[in-house]
Write a protein that binds this ligand. Sequence first.
Ligand code: MG
Length: 339
Amino acid sequence: MTLRLSTEVLTLHTRHPFVIARGSQTEYRTLMVKITDSDGVEGWGEAAATRFYGETLDTAAAALATYGPLLGDDPFQLESIELCLETTLQRNAAARVAISAALHDLVAKRLGLPLWQYWGLDRARAPRSTFTIGIDTPEMTRRKVTEAADYPILKVKLGSTDDLAILRTMREATDRELRVDANCGWTAAHAVHMLPVLEEFGVTVLEQPVAPGDLDGLEHVRRHARIPVIADESCVTSADIPRLAGRVDGINIKLAKCGSLREALRMIAIARAHQMTVMVGCMIESSLGITAAAHLTPLVDIVDLDGAALLRDDPFSGATIPQGQVTLPDGPGLGVVRR
Ligand code: MG
């Protein structure tokens, strides 16, 4: 009997409006994907579509309707199935990764193993996750820093006109480690101008200072920087890594960009071959999507998997980040259950 795919819309709300250089949002809708085999075993995944990468809830649903009938009857054929999906309908990474996660969940459940164990990983090796403070007023920034008291590493969103005030507010509120994500909000010249400021405030990592296509800009910033410069929006799949090598210190892998857990593993291997730092990040998504990404964390250097921790109505429990420590579940497959 063929594998059956069904979907369910998840409506998620962040505790605070989440503001980055591109805009603000409180309600997020994602798709839960369920794949059921002939014995009734279910695998689950989540599609967190974002307009920035050309997807919406509707395009993801349409893509999943196209992909569903192509799954065949053997979930263990992970490479063949993923290749078939990608060659039938390109892009649609958030939709494809929901299937990829669901198939990995299903296969590892059939084997009775947590996915991290099936992959041969030591879950104790996962680095601590950052917790993100979105762009806000000084008063709200202070409140968010207090609310995030449990997290030893904070990530600050910059790229607004108030960058200096935000950094000053953050530093006055806490002496914890700070990392910065400009989300493409700066020019290379402005980023270089900001570097000594970041240094003054003790920032340890700079993510995506300039526009995605501005690779020369990235290289220029990195040449002047004494902290690691990480490409996020400039690095979507493994094919982007060779041209980023030598221009940035590392890459940020997100499942909703690369479209597959297997592609994420390939990206880690290719980045390592270029001696690059590897980060794993996320969208605003529930613990279902976050847990799929969390299974990669024993293989990476920098973790930013706070997407579900920012929610006030997460429908699932799975991997968690208490005190920033990524905690992978014991259950088989992804180890995600409904709350
Ligand atoms: Mg980023």
